[in-house]
Design a protein around this ligand. Structure first.
Ligand code: N01
Length: 556
């Protein structure tokens, strides 16, 4: 294994270790990154703040947590034996099974010896003279590395709501994104769930079965499609396994979101009412995220989108017995799909239970949390436990927690004060040798994350290998390429209905966060092609520094 020398001639805390690459985070991105780096003979250290590998699936262990991408597709493709041997139990794997898979991967590929758990990266500083990063961790140590890879996850910075009195609440308070590792039992308790995004919608039906009473505090109603989760049969698994090479190829190259599904050839208004309704019914019966793929214009054309939104609103009215509750549960302030669509098991039906109450906190806002109750403008609701399903500071939140200093001491937070700026979502100008996996400006959260993670890891490791072969010590996105990419990401987003919603894609859920559509909507196939073309042209749009400090543009 190679290890680069530590930085010469700088006064700093003694560097305890020197690596070729430091990776931040041991979720699916960080683990595959480590595996690929080792295959290239590079030395790497992964720092993980959690007590085990798994990232998102380590922290999000709330009742009912499961993936909304089908298990046979939400899995690594890089190792055929792994995908042939692993047995997913259900169409949508529950969180414990996904975490078990992550741990299995760590053990199978013997990754653990290079992963340091329970260690947060606090600071990373670029030394321009040596073209090395100096990384300080929560154990007080410093390591140096040529490259730093942020594999910090997009939905990993859980957001506590700023509600008066929350700290004085006498019962237990849980955040879905930071769930305890000990079992939580709500039996006999009056529970309040605040938030009705994917996490709230998944947890409500499960908590409702335990709690003596469950009050759901909803600020914004959300569109949700039934998961239709079921055990996978041996035949279903075998069919995937036999066809994996082609399934994975199609997911990578032909699908916008990296999930293999039927591709529609017509728009919603090309069909008459009866035919359209029949298609929506069929997708509703099938369940899952692919509901939005029934027509090719649902995210582009408001009139087309309205037909799908009306259909789902109609379904909610059919399921929920109390008309007033049904009306409150019908989303009406954003186009369907412009916020991440939710996938549920019996969410709307939960409101037919005698022990579940919906409180509309848009018309009757929460004023404060009292020691044993939630007080809204109109009433006081006694609760013994609170579940905050209030989401994340998405895409940039976990990166922002690290004090990252690039050229001239500029921090990444300063640079991104008006919104994240990246070239291809992979690098940010002024921060040489710092890569981001599934960062803002890449398809990321709009895609099957594992497809996007694998593509980024492979692109980055190929790039590092290319640099080594060409005796290059630094790579940096050029400002010009970055500006053009940011403009392109923005332009593509604004050709769709997505920016019409106050979503976390836009940063709209965090007070004061700049409202910019963060992920790249162009689709994983097109995006992959763009990244490959950039690499094929000698990393066009990136500036490279040769070992003898010679600055050159890789390409004009
Ligand atoms: O978070 P969210 P999430 N007072 O931000 C409300 C992925 N995921 O954890 O919309 C009262 O979507 C907020 O209300 P509003 C998936 O990509 C995937 O549920 O801001 N309410 C909203 O209702 C998902 O999109 C899976 O008006 C407050 C909710 O809290 C993403 O993670 C499972 C509030 C937050 O919803 C995030 O989902 C889970 C306040 N102060 C998550 N602040 C699967 O794979 C916020 N809210 C299935």
């Amino acid at each position: 294994m190679s290890a680069l020398p530590s930085m010469p001639g700088k006064s700093r805390p003694a560097a305890t270790e020197a690596y070729d690459v430091v990776v931040v985070g041991a979720g699916f991105a960080g683990m595959y990154m480590l595996h690929r780096l080792r295959q290239q003979g590079l030395s790497a250290r992964v720092y993980e703040q959690g007590g085990d590998v798994g990232g998102t699936w380590y922290w999000n262990r709330y009742p009912g947590a499961r993936c909304d991408v089908e298990s046979m597709q939400y899995s690594y493709s890089f190792d055929d034996e792994l995908q042939q041997e692993w047995n997913w139990s259900e169409r949508y794997a529950p969180q414990p099974e996904i975490l078990k898979y992550a741990k299995h991967v760590a053990d199978r590929f013997k990754l653990r010896s290079d992963i340091q758990l329970n260690t947060r990266v606090d600071r990373a500083e670029f030394d321009e003279s040596g073209n090395l990063w100096s990384v300080t961790t929560s154990d007080g140590k410093t390591a140096t590395a040529r490259h730093v890879v942020l594999a910090t996850g997009c939905l990993s910075n859980a957001r506590m709501p700023d509600i008066k009195g929350l700290g004085d609440f006498k019962g237990k308070v849980y955040h879905t994104g930071h769930w305890p590792h000990e079992p939580v039992d709500f039996t006999g308790l009056r529970v309040g769930v605040i938030g009705t995004g994917s996490s709230g919608i998944q947890s409500v039906p499960v908590i409702a079965e335990q709690a003596s009473h469950l009050t759901v505090f909803q600020r914004t109603a959300n569109f949700s499609i039934p998961a239709r989760n079921a055990a996978l049969t041996e035949e279903e698994r075998d069919s995937f396994r036999a066809n994996y090479p082609e399934i994975r190829r199609i997911a990578r190259e032909e699908m916008r979101n990296g999930i293999v599904q039927e591709v529609p050839d017509r728009g919603a208004l090309d069909d008459g009412d009866a035919e359209r309704r029949a298609k929506f019914e069929s997708r509703w019966a099938k369940g899952g995220l692919t509901f939005m793929g029934v027509y090719n214009n649902l995210v582009f054309d408001k009139a087309a989108n309205d037909t799908a939104a009306d259909f789902v609103r109609g379904k909610i009215a059919e399921i929920v017995e109390d008309p007033q509750t049904a009306k409150l549960l019908q989303p009406n302030d954003h186009p369907i799909g412009s916020k991440r669509i939710c996938i549920d098991t019996d969410y709307f039906a939960s409101f037919n239970r005698p022990n579940v109450t919906l409180v509309d906190i848009k018309s009757d806002p929460i004023q404060e949390i009292l020691p044993h109750a939630v007080r809204t403008s109109a009433r006081e609701i006694e609760v013994d436990a609170l579940v905050l399903a209030t989401g994340f500071d998405a895409m940039t939140g976990s990166v922002a927690k690290i004090d990252i200093r690039g050229r001239n001491g500029q921090t990444l937070n300063q640079k991104w004060a008006e919104g994240p700026k990246t070239y291809l979502g992979l690098m940010s100008a002024g921060f040489p040798n710092l890569f981001i996996i599934t960062g803002p400006g890449s398809p990321s959260v709009l895609s099957n994350m594992i497809v996007s993670i694998e593509q980024h890891v492979e692109w980055i490791t190929d790039c590092i290998a290319w640099m080594r072969d060409h005796d290059l010590v630094a790579i940096e996105a050029s400002r010009d390429a970055e500006d053009k990419w940011v403009a392109h990401v923005n332009e593509v987003a604004h050709a769709t209905l997505y920016p019409q919603a106050n979503s976390w894609y836009m940063g709209a859920n965090i007070p004061g966060k700049p409202q910019i559509f963060m992920p790249y909507i162009g689709g994983v196939g097109l995006y992959r092609q763009i990244c490959n073309d950039v690499a094929a042209k000698g990393y066009e749009g990136f500036a490279m520094t040769a070992a003898e400090q010679r600055q050159e543009m890789a390409a004009s």
